[in-house]
Write a protein of this length. Structure first.
Length: 255
C-alpha cells in the first residue's frame, strides 16, 4: 500500500519568525499514524525550520532547486545547498514556476535528475490549464509533462519520486476539481508511468492532488483509489488547518 503524503506548499509566505511560530503552534498535534508529512517553505526559512522541526514527524521541503551543483547562476540555489540544510523534498515544475519563471519540461527534467542524484525527493507538478481542459487536452498534457519530467530516471530512482497533479484552474481559485475527475486524470498519469516503468513500479508511485484542497474536502480526495495525498497551498498556512488536513488524510486511510 502507498503511504499517503500531505505536503504544504507555503509559496512566498512566512518570514523566519512566522515559520517558527507555525511549528510551535503544531505542538504535539502533528503525529498522525500512516501519513507522511512535508512542509515546503521559502528558502530563507529552511535553516530555522530544519531546527524547529526536529522531533516532529514533518519532513522539510523546498519549492525549487537549480540543476547545477554550483556556478555563475545568480539568485539560484543548488541541490547541495538544500541537502546541507536537511531538506528532504523539493517541489519541481510547479505551474507558477512554469508560468512566471520560464520553467519548461526540459528544465523540470534536469532538476528532477539533479535532485535524485543528490538524494532529494522531487515532488513533480503536472497539470493542465483551463484552456487545455476545455479543448479536451488534459490527458495529452499530463502525459507529456510526466514523460518529459521522468526522462532518464531509472527504476530504482522512481521510488523517490512523488507526482502532484495540479490542474492550473483549481489553484488558489477555490474551484477544486471533483475528486472523481482528479482520480481519473491521476490514473492517466499512473498509466503513463506504467508504460515506461511497468505496472508494478507504477503502482508504488505516490501521486497527490493539488488545487484548493481544504480540511472540508480532503476526505473526498483521499477516498479515491489513485489519489495518495495532497499538495496544499492556502490551507497549509495555519497550524490548525494543516493539522486538520493531516488528520483528515489519516482518518480516511485508517477506516
Ligand atoms: O498550488 C497549490 C499547491 O502547490 C495549490 O494551492 P491552493 O491549495 O492554495 O489552491
Amino acid at each position: 500500500m502507498r503511504t499517503p503524503i500531505i505536503a504544504g506548499n507555503w509559496k512566498m509566505h512566512k518570514t523566519i519568525a512566522e515559520a517558527v511560530r507555525f511549528v510551535q503552534e503544531l505542538k504535539a498535534g502533528s503525529a498522525a499514524a500512516g501519513v507522511e508529512q512535508v512542509i515546503c517553505a521559502p528558502f530563507t526559512a529552511l535553516a530555522a525550520l530544519a531546527e524547529a522541526l526536529k522531533g516532529t514527524p514533518i519532513a522539510l521541503g523546498a519549492q525549487n532547486v537549480h540543476f547545477e551543483e554550483q556556478g555563475a547562476f545568480t539568485g539560484e540555489i543548488s541541490p547541495l545547498m538544500l541537502k546541507e540544510i536537511g531538506v528532504r523534498y523539493v517541489i519541481i515544475g510547479h505551474s507558477e514556476r512554469r508560468q512566471y519563471f520560464n520553467e519548461t519540461d526540459e528544465t523540470v527534467n534536469k532538476k528532477v535528475l539533479a535532485a535524485l542524484k543528490h538524494g532529494l525527493k522531487p515532488i513533480v507538478c503536472v497539470g493542465e490549464s483551463l484552456e487545455q481542459r476545455e479543448a479536451g487536452e488534459t490527458a495529452a498534457v499530463v502525459r507529456r509533462q510526466t514523460e518529459a519530467a521522468l526522462a532518464g530516471v531509472d527504476a530504482a530512482q522512481l521510488a523517490d519520486v512523488v507526482i502532484a497533479y495540479e490542474p492550473i484552474w483549481a489553484i488558489g481559485t477555490g474551484k477544486s476539481s471533483t475528486a472523481e475527475d482528479a482520480n481519473e486524470t491521476i490514473a492517466i498519469i499512473r498509466g503513463a508511468i506504467a508504460e515506461r516503468f511497468g505496472q508494478a513500479a507504477a503502482q508504488t508511485v505516490r501521486i497527490q492532488y493539488g488545487g484548493s484542497v481544504k480540511p472540508e474536502n480532503i476526505d473526498s480526495f483521499m477516498a479515491q483509489p489513485d489519489i495518495d495525498g495532497a499538495l496544499v497551498g492556502g490551507a497549509s498556512l495555519t497550524a490548525e488547518s494543516y493539522l486538520q488536513l493531516v488528520a483528515g488524510a489519516a482518518g480516511q486511510r485508517q477506516s
